[in-house]
Design a protein around this ligand. Structure first.
Ligand code: AMP
Length: 571
């Protein structure tokens, strides 16, 4: 062991493993017996110290391995302190205890370690070959000795820092003890349902499931929750409530965890080379939403949010697809926000089709649809608003004669709430609602929301009409006239690109196109694309030309960005 002392700071090597010296195993129960057995088989010199022979076994040993029940470790450590010196390595094999239980040995200057075989050891002769073993040491040399000893005994050592001991042990309890508790619960339920020999009936399923999990991890998840079949889940809960209500909280807790894993599977399917399209999970409350996102957040995955009011079209889907490409997990919110509708606006008539929206969102790549009720978003005592100033919200659509700044107050309030509920890394908005995008970007910057706001181009029908959920309001003749909006914008941008510097003159050309289409606009204006200040000339600045008009019962908006310094951005 002098040899070992000299090598104390050298990495463990085969040579070091042959220099482990004399091993004292204190305790001759199942664990002590099995470890002593393995040590002898490995050719180590082993002395086993049972009750009354502890000091005898320890004297002259180079390594002392305490294999007694957890509550007795500290006592043994105290007892052996007088028989060891600074060259003796003292370890225990408890899963739950840290190195602090070996303090008396440590106070004698002895380096300490722990070595916990992660396996149930039912007999004193259980073979430990290939069993993983958690090791930790009070010094790097002690960790190396623990590692070398474990390897020599045929175990597979892995390091667990001493300050993570409780978490390690909790994981072991989840994996082993709780599995038994779970299987006993399943067997109990089956017995109450009239099935005889429930354990034998369940065993093949349990063994196959464990093997599948070992092969593929969470991809092994199957069943109603993974499929999003909440109807079946509701039937299960009703049956439990009737037959075994004491099991219902357990079922609910595991169902919640299963849903979260299923969400992860959808966002990161374990299908190699395949495109797996699945129905996104719908969550109705911020609590469900947070629980569903917790594992992804914990794993440091990026979360993307696409806020919508539903009745999805290609414009919305382009945002979801972009989010799918950028982010690990994609959340689409589906909420027709009453506070952004004026008293004479179309809140009640706003088109809705949740079932189709969920399918389309899934096809485009959404993992989760957050579709809260109005009462959940705005409880009766809701009393807070988020309002952006700076001349952004009282112009264009925010002009008091039009929708008014209250509209944008509704938008920014709900977007702030959605950003807080989802906590996305990136949120995606459409250039179609250019003013909204500018205002949201300013809000996120001013209030320091830790989110990147991405604005994506307007998706159009083949004839140029910007896609909008409100297009369904258009009668066939109105649908034809509605083309005038995009044509008017094109006339303005064509003029600007052809050298017209006066915005007034270019806008006049656009107004003529609108008039020819029988459209009386609410506005057709040219404004600075960041500040929304009016602009009189097309120059190096990015200019937003925006139009709004009522066509039949639909109020439609559209815009084009004119950037003469970098060419034109087809919004
Ligand atoms: P909405 O459901 O109307 O609130 O729209 C949800 C999001 O989709 C907003 O960020 C819109 O700007 C965006 N969006 C709506 N229509 C289009 C479109 N035609 N092209 C691109 N994005 C759009």
């Amino acid at each position: 062991m002098r040899e070992l002392e000299r090598n104390r700071d050298a990495p463990a090597s085969t040579e070091a493993s042959s220099e482990l010296g004399r091993l004292a195993v204190i305790g001759n129960g199942r664990v002590g017996g099995s470890l002593a057995h393995a040590a002898r088989a490995a050719g180590l010199e082993v002395r086993v110290g049972g009750r009354g022979q502890v000091l005898e076994a320890v004297r002259g040993s180079d390594i002392v391995l305490i294999c007694v029940p957890d509550r007795a470790i500290a006592d043994v450590s105290r007892e052996i302190a007088q028989a060891i010196d600074v060259t003796t390595y003292v370890g225990h094999v408890s899963g739950a205890s840290g190195l602090d239980v070996l303090r008396p040995a440590m106070e004698r200057g002895a380096p300490t370690f722990s070595l916990h075989p992660l396996q149930t050891i039912p007999e004193p002769t259980t073979t430990l070959l290939g069993v993983p073993a958690a090791v930790a040491g009070s010094t790097p040399a002690a960790t190396r000795i623990a590692t070398t000893l474990a390897e020599r005994l045929g175990l597979r050592p892995f390091e667990v820092p001493d300050d993570q001991r409780a978490a390690y042990h909790a994981a072991a309890v989840l994996a082993s003890n709780f599995l038994i508790a779970l299987e006993e619960t399943a067997a109990d339920l089956l017995t109450r349902a009239g099935v005889e020999d429930a354990r034998a009936v369940l065993t093949p399923l349990v063994l196959r499931t464990a093997a599948n999990w070992s092969d593929t991890g969470r991809a092994a998840l199957t069943g109603p929750i993974a499929r999003g079949d909440e109807t079946t889940v509701a039937r299960h809960r009703a049956a439990l409530r009737a037959m075994a209500p004491e099991f219902e909280p357990l079922y609910d807790a595991l169902a919640e965890r299963t849903r979260a894993l299923a969400t992860l599977n959808r966002s990161q399917p374990h299908v190699e080379g395949g495109t797996q399209v699945s129905t996104p999970r719908i969550v109705r409350t911020r609590e469900e939403l947070r629980a569903a996102l917790a594992p992804a957040r914990g794993e440091g995955r990026t979360i993307g949010l696409v806020p919508t009011m539903g009745f999805l079209h290609e414009g919305h889907l382009s945002l979801i697809q972009a989010a799918r490409e950028r982010c690990d997990v994609v959340v689409m919110s589906l909420f027709v926000n009453p506070t952004q509708f004026g008293p004479r606006e179309d809140l009640a008539a706003y088109p809705r089709d949740e079932a189709s929206d969920v399918t389309l969102a899934g096809e485009a790549g959404a993992d989760l649809v957050y579709a809260p009720d109005t009462g959940h978003v705005y409880p009766p005592d809701f009393a807070t608003v988020v309002e952006v100033g700076g001349g952004l919200t009282d112009v264009l659509c925010g002009d008091p004669a039009r929708r008014g700044s209250a509209h944008f107050r509704g938008v920014t309030t709900v977007v702030a709430k959605l950003l807080n509920a989802v906590g996305p890394d990136v949120a995606f908005f459409g250039q179609k609602d250019a003013q909204q995008a500018i205002i949201v970007r300013r809000m996120a910057r001013d209030l320091e929301f830790p989110v990147e706001i991405v604005v994506l181009p307007t998706v159009r029908e083949p004839d140029g009409l910007a896609m909008s959920s409100r297009n369904v309001y258009l009668q066939p003749d109105e649908r034809v006239r509605a083309r005038g909006l995009n044509r008017a914008l094109a006339a303005v941008s064509d003029a600007a690109r052809s050298g017209e510097t006066s915005t007034a003159r270019a806008l006049a050309l656009g107004e003529k196109v609108l008039a020819d289409a029988g459209i009386v606009p609410e506005y057709l204006e040219a404004r600075d694309a960041e500040t929304l200040a009016e602009v009189e000339r097309f120059d190096d600045r990015r200019v937003l030309v925006a139009v709004a008009a009522r066509i039949g019962s639909a109020r439609l908006i559209d815009n084009v960005l004119i950037d003469l310094s970098h060419g034109e951005d087809p919004a």
